[in-house]
Design a protein around this ligand. Structure first.
Ligand code: SF4
Ligand code: SF4
Length: 370
């Protein structure tokens, strides 16, 4: 049966370590075998300091490493970051410093193996190191996500898809958010981390998950043997129904008989949490969808004053819809599938999703008739 443990926490390391160890013990961490290889998978989205709430806090990573070392197993920090080098992220995030002196390995996910991901995907290539690990400790960050509403335990495992296969999958699932959620759930099930401990101490609200998000102190550490159950508990804590998070809804459809989770700890009510504006990506009759999307759906836009022309967005864009000319970048909104990956990877917070004028007017007209 899924179990979710929720504890108040701060980044004071002495208490954080105790809370983390208690959560892991309660989840059955003692079954980590001596000499086994344990992959620790934080959220390493981009090179960002801990105070930006973009990556899992270094002290949460340290607590996980120390827990594994106490079991006399071998901890390895792994991920396949969306942008920036793995080494740079480890340095800028403070993880390298926090783990200084500990016997820990660092290994970027590089090689993949095909795994069955069910209909309609059939096969997905997932990091070999994740699939072959004895145990995986999933360490997501509580953040908003402009495309998927929130990025929590299930979504963090998408980092086990190596490098540019990530934008490839964004492109293949296209503008269908529900399809993308289904993909995320199938990948999560294929990787099946033994433990998920979510860093919700300094979370992110607003237009996350990158630089456009706003850090927000919530002060919780949450653990579970089932990231779907953990994500559902986070939704309730933030004041929404789990079904509003597509990954939770899809997971429930795929396993309708899954029992309710046992919650250990009091779920604090987080008032006034700022969710991102997630506009609809498809509407209208199918033959007109492309035209309607172009004119009515939110689109990425750049703020030239903040754009450093670093190239991360056009390198990553799965639809090749961004080009640079002179000192500006331009979007091809016919090609753009509205995945908002560019917003996610922009290291300068220079991109955001904006409503079109016809889209704004349409929303005003439709508001009384939701
Ligand atoms: S929008 Fe962001 S990612 Fe794209 S070139 Fe400008 S600074 Fe780089
Ligand atoms: S321009 Fe941005 S939102 Fe559009 S397809 Fe490319 S990465 Fe996705």
């Amino acid at each position: 049966m899924p179990q979710v443990i929720l504890r108040k926490a701060t980044y004071d390391y002495r208490t954080l370590k105790r809370v983390f160890f208690d959560i892991m013990d309660a989840l059955g961490g003692s079954r980590i075998e001596k000499n086994s290889r344990v992959v620790i998978k934080p959220n390493l989205l981009a090179p960002a300091p801990p105070g930006s709430a973009i990556v899992t806090h270094p002290l949460v990573v340290r607590a996980a490493v120390e827990y594994v070392l106490e079991r006399r197993a071998f901890p390895v920090i792994s991920d396949s970051p969306a942008m920036g080098s793995f080494e740079k992220i480890l340095k800028v995030s403070g993880i390298m410093d926090a783990l200084n002196g500990l016997d820990v390995g660092y290994r970027e996910f590089e090689r993949s193996l095909p795994v069955s991901a069910g209909a309609p995907f059939h096969t997905v290539e997932v990091a070999e190191d994740a699939l072959n690990a004895g145990v995986i400790i999933n360490l997501p960050k509580l953040k908003t996500h402009a495309q998927m509403l929130l990025t929590l335990g299930v979504k963090n495992i998408f980092g086990c898809v190596v490098g540019l296969r990530k934008p490839e999958w964004h492109f293949r699932t296209g503008i269908d958010r529900e399809m993308f959620a289904r993909l995320l759930v199938q990948i999560y099930k294929a990787v099946s981390p033994s433990f998920t401990v979510l860093d919700g101490i300094l979370a992110m609200e607003g237009q996350g998950p990158g630089k456009s998000g706003i850090p927000r102190e919530i002060g919780v550490l949450m653990g579970s043997n089932d990231a779907v159950a953990l994500d559902a508990a986070v939704c309730r804590m933030l004041g929404i129904e789990p079904e509003e998070l597509l990954t939770c809804r899809v997971a429930k459809e795929l396993a309708p008989d899954g029992g309710d989770a046992v919650i250990d700890g009091e779920v604090p009510a987080v008032g006034d949490f700022k969710f991102p504006v997630v506009g609809s990506l498809v509407f209208g009759p199918r033959p007109l969808q492309s035209m309607l999307r172009r004119h009515f759906v939110q689109r990425p836009e750049s703020d030239a004053a903040n754009c450093a022309l670093c190239g991360e967005c056009w390198k990553y864009c799965p639809a090749k819809a961004i080009r640079c000319k002179g000192r500006r970048i331009y979007f091809d909104y016919d090609k753009c599938i509205r995945c908002y990956c560019c917003i996610e990877v922009c290291p300068h917070g220079a991109l955001r999703a904006v409503d079109t004028l016809p889209g704004k007017l349409l929303r005003k007209v439709l508001r009384p008739f939701p």
